[in-house]
Design a protein around this ligand. Structure first.
Ligand SMILES: Cc1ncc(C[n+]2csc(CCOP(=O)(O)OP(=O)(O)O)c2C)c(N)n1
Ligand SMILES: [Mg+2]
Length: 694
């Protein structure tokens, strides 16, 4: 067979096979060239990915961010060459972070030749922020499928709010491909359970049932009845016994599209390393190059020119153009026309969609935000947050979220008239009930964010650990996901050390690009939200108190708007010129203020800096940072009910940190504050010691 030129008209069947083998051989060659990567799964799943993309998916390579496109998630991200091949062969165009089309392909053949090399648009794993056409970053197994549930929830919500009779503005489907690894991960189970409960019939997972993982056969560790499990979750379960049978794959996908009330799970029996005479069906095909000789033998088995590398035979790109290209272009142009009529009939809704797609906020989104009067008794961070959330959810129609079964404790439940609960029968509800599934909650919030809905997820701060892998991905993807964590420190006293975060702030502050905010009073909570809502490409964590915190009198102290700069001067000695600086966050801000008043009374010139966010402060100009923390003032005390880890950067080597070096304990808050030294007298003593004024 001639593969470089098409001498006679090719049948569609031949072109199907040629296209599939192009994906396979590009994958093999790229891994071989890189001397690292995962060839086996792309070799096995090329027919699946080909069928989804070229026969089924509604996706226009000319506009990979068209809002009503079908979504494709490669949850087994190690098989990234599947995605790079198909993005290349479809000629998918590049788009930048401002959603502008750049006029060049997203993944070039040169990128594929430079698979896994610095700067290549074909990196080791699919990366959302880096390559257009990637719908979500995958690689940590289980994340992709869990995120796909968020995408499916978003689609249901969007359809409910924006579709009108004759105007199916949002009616896309979500396809996710996963392997054994994804299905062993807890996060996938959490997400599948919720998807079944919610009856997400716009969601289809295809399971690559190849019985192989890295250590060998799945019989080593994974012998459950996967089909039975998904049936029990309430999914429709289908099976395709041969991963090379395009028609059966297509049929299963068509069953998915007509199935109502349940998500679909397709078990696809495949052979990892398909076509490799010595490596097929072995773990050796998973994660290393086949080797030169095996590459030759494999290409021979495909009827491929053995010496050719990175070959895209004539006719293949055209075949994709005639398949997904033509179908996607027609669908997008039909939709564009439909949306123009929709805009004429429903201008306000169309305007909302426009803004949402650009991650803009509606005009006047912050007009009703509360201002809290000074109050010594004060209000808990979570209660202030509740008021803010209920305002924002009304002024920003596409802002929604929920908690992992802690709504009443987190105070994140939207209580205003008509907020509603998101359920299968009420997909317009704005309260999401994630159940006790923190990890998938965070992944689902990411899926919502990827769908341009503005979303938050909530739990106790201590359980942010359960969500951390997905929080990390939100930062890596540069998504404006919002995580609301209450019970920020020792305030949950009697629950004891299992419920008292210690290292969590340090751990989240260490995630690049994540904005972590721990506001010190109710007005700082408001300002923290004001700041967070305006982020377009960064996730944020809000760390809020369970117990009331005094609402500071802003006529006497610095304005809470300083939150926007990460840290600001809250209190100074008369005339300024401090000799000691007290730096605090969250519940320790009022403690620092108390200590400051005592120091002033003793004639010590102290300054209080409220520092709700390290991340934001670190991004301020040097001049501002030096104004808040003058380099000449070396006597500095930081106070925070959390691990002291990292505070040296602000207090310097000569400073002092009052924080946690051990786990907490089970006792009333007052006793804990005394035991661990979170009392004004202790702060005063530390300041005086630094000044040598004992
Ligand atoms: C959370 C997580 N743990 C471990 C890994 C490392 N890892 C990558 S692939 C893989 C095996 C996956 O097996 P399977 O999903 O069956 O993929 P196949 O080899 O069949 O393609 C492992 C353990 C990972 N990427 N993510
Ligand atoms: Mg496997």
């Amino acid at each position: 067979m001639s593969v470089t030129t098409v001498a006679e008209p090719m049948t569609d069947t031949k072109l199907d096979q040629l296209s599939i083998d192009t994906i396979r051989t590009l994958s093999i060659d790229a891994v071989q060239q890189a001397k690292s990567g995962h060839p086996g799964t792309p070799m096995a799943l090329a027919p699946l990915v080909y069928t989804i993309w070229n026969r089924v998916m509604r996706f226009d390579p000319e506009d990979p961010i068209w809002p009503n496109r079908d979504r494709f998630v490669l949850s087994n991200g190690h098989a990234s060459m599947l995605l790079w091949s198909v993005l290349h062969l479809t000629g998918t165009q590049a788009v930048n972070a401002d959603y502008e089309r750049l006029g060049h392909p997203s993944v070039s053949l040169e990128d594929i030749r430079r698979f896994r090399q610095l700067g290549s648009k074909a990196p080791g794993h699919p990366e959302y922020h880096w390559v257009s056409g990637v719908e979500t970053t995958t690689g940590p197994l289980g994340q992709g499928v869990a995120t796909s549930v968020g995408m499916a929830i978003a689609r249901k919500w969007l359809a409910d709010r924006y579709n009108r009779p004759g105007f199916p503005i949002f009616d896309y489907s979500i396809y996710a491909v996963c392997g054994d690894g994804c299905l062993m991960e807890g996060v996938a189970s959490e997400a599948a359970s919720l998807a079944g409960h919610l009856g997400l019939d716009n969601l289809c997972w295809v399971y690559d049932n190849n019985h192989i993982t890295i250590e060998g056969q799945t019989s080593l560790a994974f012998t459950e009845d996967v089909a039975g499990r998904f049936l029990a979750y309430g999914w429709n379960v289908l099976r395709v016994g041969d991963a090379n049978d395009l028609d059966r794959i297509q049929h299963a996908l068509s069953v998915f599209r007509t199935t109502k009330g349940r998500p679909t799970f397709i078990i696809l029996d495949s052979h990892i390393g398909y076509g490799s005479p010595h490596k097929q069906d072995t773990a050796a095909a998973h994660g290393e190059p086949l080797g030169d000789e095996e590459v030759r033998l494999t290409k021979r088995s495909y009827g491929w020119p053995e010496g050719a590398q990175f070959l895209v035979p004539d006719g293949v790109r055209e075949h994709f153009a005639a398949g997904v290209g033509a179908r996607g272009a027609a669908a997008r142009s039909g939709w564009t026309g439909l949306f123009a009529s929709y805009r004429a009939e429903y201008p306000d809704l169309a305007n909302e969609i426009d803004r949402m797609q650009r991650r803009d906020l509606p005009a006047g989104w912050d007009r009703n935000l509360p201002v809290f009067p000074a109050d010594a008794k004060g209000i808990a961070g979570r209660d202030a947050s509740s008021k803010v959330l209920n305002v924002l959810a009304q002024t920003i129609p596409w802002f929604l979220g929920g908690s992992a079964d802690l709504g009443p404790s987190n105070k994140t439940t939207l209580t205003y008239e008509g907020a509603g609960s998101f359920q299968a029968e009420s997909p317009g509800g704005k309260n999401l009930h994630f159940g006790i599934r923190e990890h998938s909650m965070a992944a689902i919030v990411n899926g919502l964010s990827l769908s341009k809905v503005r979303a938050f997820g909530a739990t106790f701060f201590i359980f942010s650990d359960y969500a951390r892998p997905a929080i990390r991905l939100s930062a890596l993807m540069e998504l404006p996901s919002i995580f609301v964590f209450t019970h920020d420190a020792m305030g949950d006293g009697e629950d004891g050390p299992t419920h008292q975060p210690v290292e969590h702030l340090a751990s989240l502050r260490a995630i690049p690009g994540l904005v972590t905010l721990r506001p010190g009073d109710a007005n700082e909570v408001v300002e923290a939200y004001r700041c967070v809502m305006q982020l377009r490409h960064q996730p944020a964590v809000l760390v809020l108190s369970r117990q009331p915190l005094p609402t500071l009198d802003r006529r006497a102290y610095g304005p809470a708007a300083g939150v926007a700069r990460g840290a600001y001067v809250l209190a100074d000695p008369p005339g300024g010129d401090p000799e000691v600086i007290l730096i605090a966050t969250g519940s320790e801000v009022s403690l620092a203020v108390e200590a400051h008043e005592k120091l002033l009374a003793e004639g010590i010139r102290s300054r209080v800096v409220s520092m709700p966010s390290w991340d934001i402060f670190d991004h301020q100009p040097q001049e501002y940072r030096d104004r808040v923390l003058p380099p000449t003032v070396k006597a500095r005390v930081a106070v925070e009910q959390a691990s002291t880890f990292g505070w040296e950067r602000y207090v310097g080597r000569s400073g002092h940190v009052i924080g946690m070096k051990t786990f907490g304990a089970s006792a009333p808050l007052k006793a804990l504050q005394e035991k661990f030294g979170f009392e004004p007298a202790r702060v005063v003593a530390a300041a005086k010691e630094l000044l040598g004024r004992q």
